[in-house]
Design a protein around this ligand. Structure first.
Ligand SMILES: Cc1cc2nc3c(=O)[nH]c(=O)nc-3n(C[C@H](O)[C@H](O)[C@H](O)COP(=O)(O)O)c2cc1C
Ligand code: SF4
Length: 609
């Protein structure tokens, strides 16, 4: 960089640091801004930030290298990332991306020679109901087809600022196809907080217990137990305290809006059109556990929601629903900050999310201690899913018995499903728990389905023989994804796509997952290219066992699910791709020696293996 450029960069960075209070915990947010401004993280910026924040350079490089939306190498002025979920591929993503690259004379994964544009793939962007989708400099593009891509290529070619692009390109619809108690009933902001104040915090906790609310993020942990542990954590460790400790909040409420599981997009809709319900649930939770600080961890792919969500927060502050003495109740102080992720699926795991909130790489922590006792900055922290908070608000307003009357005994209330793939009406569907897969397929117009991937790649593959099974914690648990595959779909392609996803998203911290997901990918690539043998299937099963039993966190535990499930339920899809050999090595040693043969001019029998 020239000295004038360095000066400009320094004043830009200084203003960012001022906004963030010179806090190294804001590192990820600062680096996001740097990426936006320079289209990468320049080494000079890293050096400057390291000196000003008094952190090692390696820490900043580590964070910048971890998140896929940050880049240490220059990217195009326009960075277009095509969503690579299997449902996007089923809608023609691969062909469309190639078409777009041809139009702009750029190779996938590269930057154009004039630095104008770079095109690549990214993990599912959470718009599978209106795919194929992509992001341009982080902003969503939906319903892509050749016409739209022609227009986008032209806008890029003439360097039109994104703010002047036609708004229809960025339109993301809610697509609510079936509404229930969460989506179908009006909610008056403040109603749940008022009910909580009238009833009392502990009595509200009892209502959440009576409701038998279980976490909607996938694991199904009982929300009341989590809140109770968090509330009890301080009493146990430090005696009862009523104020913040050493500048740190007493307890922390975190809403997990990372929504990175491919095929899941229901939190997107809750945040777009039901934000009051979600923030109200967080505020009720804060009252119950005694939290003064809240975070909404919003996945980077949903950055377009940040400004409208900030507006809702501002309105709630003005109405006395956030801030000091909420609704006039002395000592009831709680506020919420929005923190943007930067393209890392692992940051949905609650302890990795907390690391990310602290400005670190999203690496899952050792547990115990669990976040409810030692979470954000060591403070007791509740991490709950967006939908869980929406349910909590409804329970606070209407009572636990009302909620428990819906669904099944072990899975009370309703569940939002994000439906995509081979069906006539993709979108959001709300059902009481206990609905059968068959009923859901009928509603969304999937007449020819032979498989459904429930809860994304880490979930369960349900074959047509199992369509009578129920969506419920006691049968098929789900965080919400419901991807439909019709009879003509080769299920191997889905398993291959999901395997690539896990290999890409493994955080690399523990060996079984770092190596295991890569080995899985290599074997699946080999089978896809027509070189697989029965020995490879045995190797996949063996790897699966290692991943499940020895990985550090849930990502590794579930990374073999798609392969193992597909092998069990659709063995033919693998067998059709196998060679009739018992074994073929993954590495072609004879082929690798071809250059040596050419150099030495030999091609006799002894020069081959
Ligand atoms: C790899 C991985 C990714 C996850 N992603 C999410 C996510 O995007 N959203 C979410 O709510 N929970 C996610 N979870 C689960 C969280 O760790 C945690 O259990 C959840 O946020 C708790 O909220 P709940 O009790 O309301 O379900 C993920 C877990 C793992 C292992
Ligand atoms: S299992 Fe995978 S994602 Fe989890 S800590 Fe290990 S490497 Fe990281």
């Amino acid at each position: 960089m020239e000295s004038r450029e360095i000066q400009n960069m320094e004043s830009f960075l200084a203003s960012l640091l001022k906004q963030s209070g010179e806090d190294s915990g804001s590192l990820l947010q600062i680096l996001r801004e740097v990426q936006d401004h320079f289209h990468f993280i320049p080494p000079e910026a890293i050096e400057w930030l390291a000196a000003r924040l008094d952190v090692p350079r390696s820490r900043i490089e580590g964070v910048a290298g971890f998140y896929s939306f940050l880049s240490l190498a220059p990217q195009g002025e326009y960075r277009v990332l095509f969503s690579d979920n299997i449902t996007d591929q089923m809608l023609g993503k691969l062909e469309l991306m190639q078409y777009f690259c041809n139009k702009l004379w750029v190779e996938p994964g590269k930057v154009s020679e004039d630095n104008l544009v770079s095109v690549d793939s990214t993990s599912c962007t959470g718009m599978c109901d209106q795919g194929p989708a992509a992001l341009v400099n982080g902003w969503p593009l939906t319903n892509l087809d050749p016409n739209r891509l022609d227009l986008i290529a032209e806008l890029i070619r003439v360097r039109k600022p994104l703010a002047d692009w036609p708004p229809m390109l960025f339109e993301v619809q809610d697509k609510i196809q079936k509404a229930g108690v969460l989506l179908g009933e009006a909610f008056e902001p403040g109603a749940a907080i008022r009910a909580t104040l009238a009833r009392g915090a502990m009595a509200t906790l009892d209502e959440v217990e009576r409701a038998n609310l279980r976490g909607r993020g996938g694991a199904g942990f009982k929300t009341a137990s989590k809140w109770r542990f968090c509330h009890a954590a301080i009493d146990e460790r430090e005696g009862s305290m009523i104020c913040d400790v050493g500048g740190l909040p007493q307890r922390v409420m975190v809403c997990n809006a990372d929504e990175g599981e491919p095929g899941t997009f229901k939190d997107r809709v809750l945040l777009n059109s039901y934000a009051d319900l979600v923030f109200e649930g967080m505020t009720v939770g804060a009252r119950v556990v005694g939290a003064s600080l809240g975070f909404l961890y919003l996945r980077g792919e949903y950055r377009y929601l940040k400004a409208p969500l900030e507006a809702v927060l501002a309105r709630r502050r003005e109405s006395g629903l956030l801030g000091r003495s909420i609704l006039g109740e002395a000592g009831f102080d709680f506020d919420i900050e929005i923190h943007l992720g930067a393209g890392a699926y692992i940051c949905g795991e609650e302890s990795a999310l907390i690391e990310s909130l602290e400005g670190q790489r999203g690496r899952p922590r050792n547990r115990p201690p669990f976040p409810v006792t030692q979470g954000y900055m060591g403070r007791p922290t509740v991490v709950d899913n967006v939908e869980t908070f929406a349910c909590a608000a409804k329970i606070a307003e209407k009572g636990g018995a009302w909620f428990a009357a819906m669904g099944t005994a072990q899975s009370t209330g309703s569940k939002l499903l994000s439906i995509s793939g081979d069906c006539e009406r993709p979108g959001i569907y709300e059902y009481p728990f206990g609905v059968t897969v068959e009923e859901v397929l009928r509603d969304c117009g999937a007449s020819d389905a032979h498989a459904v991937q429930v809860s994304g790649p880490s979930g369960t593959l349900v074959s047509w023989q199992e369509f009578g099974r129920r969506i419920a914690f006691e049968d098929i648990p789900t965080a919400g994804a419901f991807m439909v595959f019709h009879r003509q779909r080769e299920m191997f392609l889905a398993a291959h796509n999901f395997t690539n996803f896990f290999a890409h998203e493994s955080c690399g911290f523990c060996t079984p997952c770092r190596v295991g997901t890569q080995l899985q990918k290599r074997i699946m690539d080999k089978i896809a290219s027509g070189h697989g043998t029965p020995a490879d299937l045995e190797e996949l099963k063996r790897l699966g066992e290692i991943l499940v039993n020895t990985s550090h966190c849930g990502l590794g535990h579930s990374a073999a699910n798609p392969i193992l499930d597909t092998l069990k339920k659709f063995p033919g899809t693998f067998e059709r791709k196998l060679k009739n050999l018992a074994f073929e090595p993954a590495f072609d040693l004879d082929g690798a020696l071809a250059t040596a043969r050419q150099i030495t001019g030999r091609d006799d029998e002894w020069a081959h293996l």
